[in-house]
Design a protein around this ligand. Structure first.
Ligand code: APR
Length: 234
């Protein structure tokens, strides 16, 4: 039975009202990555970084999953084989749309991490500078989000899935940030069919076997319905 591995990016949450990073007017047009998405930026100005993630946490809490999130949950439920959902996104919209499990390789806005002892807990809606860690009491709480220069989470597990993939789909990502941008090559190397669903061709667009262009809320449900119909899913 086909094993499907899916990678999603900010584009799948765009129609839920959450900003992407590299589109016109995106988050990296409003903030410098080195100021708000690096350990050095956090050390230099923790208030700025907490402000950035508090704002995104607040927006994400108000956002609703869209038809693309719901379609992937439907695929996970009805596909007779494994469907592994890996996301670069830190919002909880895949889970809100019914997907489970979801592998958050860049962490989550809902999580807090202690920079001193590594303890993890559910983040408050707003995190303050010097927030004490519930475990070691040190004032070293940070968002549990993977910053540039840090190692993404669950990489061994993700590569174990990729080498077994028979179908790899990349949805709503510009394919500009590694290691996620290299997953399509790993999938190709093991002979998986590769599909891109995006508003416009990504950096690696030309290497996909199949490309479906358009808004995720339209192209993803159509793609899922075709997969499930073609497979006589239960
Ligand atoms: N439907 C489908 N795709 C869309 C939509 C939409 N409605 N709107 C935008 N897109 C596409 C854009 O064309 C673009 O290719 O989503 C992609 C978003 O790309 P980025 O903004 O670069 O976001 P992403 O690829 O997720 O960034 C990867 O970079 O900054 C880091 O950690 C951050 O996880 C993030 C990583």
């Amino acid at each position: 039975m086909e094993k499907i591995v899916i990678l999603t990016g900010a584009g799948i949450s765009a129609e839920s009202g959450l900003g992407t990073f590299r589109d016109e007017g995106g988050l990296w047009a409003q903030h410098r990555i080195e100021d708000v998405a690096t350990p050095e930026g956090f050390a230099r100005n923790p208030a700025l970084v907490h402000g950035f993630y508090n704002a995104r946490r607040g927006q994400a809490a108000k956002a609703q999953p869209n038809a693309a999130h719901q379609a992937l949950a439907r695929l996970q439920k009805n596909w007779p084989g494994e469907v592994i959902l890996v996301t670069q996104n830190v919002d909880g919209l895949h889970e809100a749309g019914g997907a489970e499990p979801v592998i958050h390789m860049h962490g989550t806005l809902a999580g807090a991490l202690c920079g001193a002892c590594g303890h993890r807990w559910a983040s408050p809606p707003e995190m303050e500078v010097g927030e004490p860690c519930p475990a070691c009491q040190q004032p070293t709480a940070r968002p549990d989000v993977v910053w540039f220069g840090e190692m993404p989470y669950f990489m061994d597990e993700i590569y174990d899935h990729l080498i077994e993939a028979t179908l790899f789909a990349s949805i709503g990502t510009s394919g500009q940030v590694y290691p996620a941008a290299g997953f399509v090559q790993e999938a190709r190397a093991v002979g998986a069919k590769t599909v891109e669903l995006n508003l416009e061709p990504s950096a690696g667009g030309s290497i996909f076997d199949e490309v479906h262009l358009g808004p995720a809320s339209e192209v993803v449900p159509r793609w899922v319905d075709t997969l499930l119909a073609g497979n006589g899913a239960r």
